[in-house]
Design a protein around this ligand. Structure first.
Ligand code: DP6
Length: 327
């Protein structure tokens, strides 16, 4: 029996991905940049088996819950077939455990597909480079391509060959997760992107300005200019929420409490504690700050969280094999 276990962390984009150039291959309309976290891991074991099945956090998933995972296994099997491996015709059991709150929009699809890409390719006997694993993870969920990479990643726009993520140098920083309570039913990223691209009149400007801002971000990271990194990240997050809000019908991911968190972050800056905010397709906010200010920022944002906890996160490791398979 062939089996492999992998571990991956979510990543939070500081230059956001929102919109695809190709839906099937999951090619982004523009490049993006992120920090891989050091907490909220997904650990996934893939074991070649009689049938395909998927268990998430101890719950056996039905057809709907398993469909994206099984489609991904089909992709891995196609690669195995092309490589002439006799594993190509075998099914697999996938067992995943998320340490982060899956439903709370903590980028669990990024860690999930990054861990699955590493575990499944190994279980099926494929030997892939980090670059090819990033390209593979991309096919599960675009942002997963970035979770293959240690610390800070740029995911390139391009074609199937050239659209992968790679590590870039960046100033050291901490990220504070600010999970916010909400009654709102979120539109999935996948659906929200299509709605934005097809109905938001600002979408073309969003794509071109993202390419420009990504270049500026890469330069700021290279220069270790935390202030510029933070300003770009917060501005770009707000631009993403603006282009989304201009969809018809309008889509809104931020809640009133999310905006309170952004106000509090601005107050922290006014008090001389340099902090910037970002938020994905949900109401949770992530604050970035210099490592020495992480504890005070967490303390100042805690009362706005749903459980009174604002966790301090640091740059983490890209997806990797664990256990005997890692030897
Ligand atoms: C707002 O990677 O979840 O978090 O490629 O359709 O699976 P699919 O989308 P996904 O979108 C992430 C969007 C975002 C911004 C980002 O992570 O860059």
């Amino acid at each position: 029996m062939t089996q492999a276990t992998a571990r991956a962390y979510p990543n939070i984009a500081l230059v956001k991905y929102w919109g695809k150039a190709n839906e099937d291959l999951i090619l982004p309309a523009a490049g993006s940049m992120s920090m891989t976290l050091d907490d909220f891991a997904t650990t996934t074991t893939v074991t070649l088996d009689e049938t395909d099945s998927f268990s998430l956090n101890g719950a056996e998933q039905g057809e709907a819950g398993a469909s994206r995972v099984i489609a991904f296994l089909d992709l891995v099997r196609n690669f195995a077939r092309t490589a002439g491996l006799d594993t190509a015709d075998q099914n697999a059991r996938v067992v995943s455990v998320n340490e982060g709150p899956t439903a709370a929009g903590m980028a669990s699809s990024a860690s999930g597909f990054a861990a699955l890409a590493v575990a499944a390719s190994s279980a099926y006997g494929l030997e892939l480079s980090i670059r090819d694993l990033s390209r593979l993870a991309r096919r599960g969920s675009g942002s997963a391509s970035r979770s293959l990479v240690d610390r800070f990643a740029v995911w390139h726009a391009g074609d199937d060959q050239s659209s992968y993520a790679e590590e870039i140098p960046a100033p050291d920083m901490a990220m504070i997760a600010v999970p916010v309570a909400t009654g709102q039913k979120a539109v999935s990223s996948r659906k929200g992107m299509v709605a934005t691209a097809t109905t938001s009149p600002f979408y073309p400007a969003w794509v071109t300005s993202t390419e420009e801002i990504l270049k500026e971000m890469i330069g700021a990271c290279k220069d270790s200019d935390f202030t510029l990194v933070g300003e770009i990240a917060e501005t770009h997050a707000m631009r993403m929420h603006a282009v989304i809000a201009a969809s018809r019908p309008s889509i809104r991911y931020l809640s009133p409490t999310s905006l309170e968190v952004f106000d509090r972050i601005a107050q922290l800056r006014a008090d001389g504690i340099e902090t910037y905010g970002t938020a994905d397709a949900g109401p949770n906010v992530f604050a970035i700050t210099r490592p020495e200010h992480a504890e005070v920022v967490s303390e100042r944002l805690r009362d706005l969280t749903k459980d009174g906890e604002a966790k301090v996160l640091r740059p983490g490791r890209g997806a990797h094999l664990v256990g005997d398979d890692a030897l």
